[in-house]
Design a protein around this ligand. Structure first.
Ligand code: HEM
Length: 201
């Protein structure tokens, strides 16, 4: 085992923009004064989630959905290995975390769409209720996600937060991805700018 590159640039940049966007949108959700900040940070979360869908098909090895979206048996086996305090090694996302990620991406898109409907005065209270319910559900999944990150870091003896910053985890050399794909991260930033322009216009 040695330090190897597992998270490409779009995954890492997208993650921290999504996390920052979600926290900012949450903190500004009740304020009229900070409404534009709320809308822009929410739009950032949706733009990242929408980018992540094709990146889950064409991205690097551990960004791909086929790598971490696994069936119930794989999830059960992984959870059983956690309970034995001998967690199975996964260079990318583990099978349980994989489902939290799918939920977060789905909820991000749905809550963003409902927020966009409110911003454009469509549908009245229905969308407001929906937006509140979806973002509340998202907060619950974020809390589970954070608990999973802390538990995973402790049981695997590896700082997963640092790995999401640097892109590096412990693994064997043949598990490493060959490139961090920096150009795709530039495309992600351009896409977010486009989403911001769309919201503002
Ligand atoms: C600020 C606190 C947060 C920390 C420390 C954190 C940490 C992490 C870590 C360490 C991973 C990688 C897990 C693994 O090794 O499998 C991850 C993945 C992920 N997190 Fe977070 N997270 C935070 C907040 C959030 C929030 C607020 C969201 C959503 C709104 C979020 C969404 C995701 C997603 C979608 C992934 C998968 C990344 C990908 O494959 O593109 N995280 N997070």
């Amino acid at each position: 085992m040695q330090k190897i590159l597992v998270w490409d640039w779009p995954v890492r940049l997208g993650h921290w923009l999504m996390a920052g966007g979600f926290i900012t949108a949450w903190l500004t959700s009740e304020s009229e004064t900070w409404r534009l900040v709320h809308v822009v940070s929410g739009a950032t979360v949706v733009a990242v989630a929408l980018f992540r869908l094709p990146w889950g098909l064409i991205g690097s090895r551990y960004a791909k959905f086929v790598d971490f979206v696994r069936g119930p048996t794989a999830v059960k086996d992984y959870l059983a290995s956690l309970l034995r305090l001998e967690p199975d090694h996964h260079a990318g996302h583990n099978p349980a975390g994989g489902w939290a990620i799918i939920l977060l991406l789905g909820l991000a898109i749905l809550s963003g769409l409902s927020g966009w409907a409110i911003y454009n005065d469509l549908g009245g209270e229905v969308f407001e209720e929906l937006h509140e319910g979806l973002t509340g559900a998202m907060l619950a999944v974020v809390i589970v996600h954070l608990a999973g990150v802390v538990t995973g870091s402790l049981l695997h003896g590896e700082n997963l937060v640092r790995a999401m910053l640097t892109g590096h985890k412990q693994g064997s050399p043949e598990e490493a991805i060959p490139s961090a794909r920096p150009l795709a991260a530039v495309v992600l930033l351009a896409w977010i700018a486009l989403a911001g322009w769309f919201i503002a216009s």
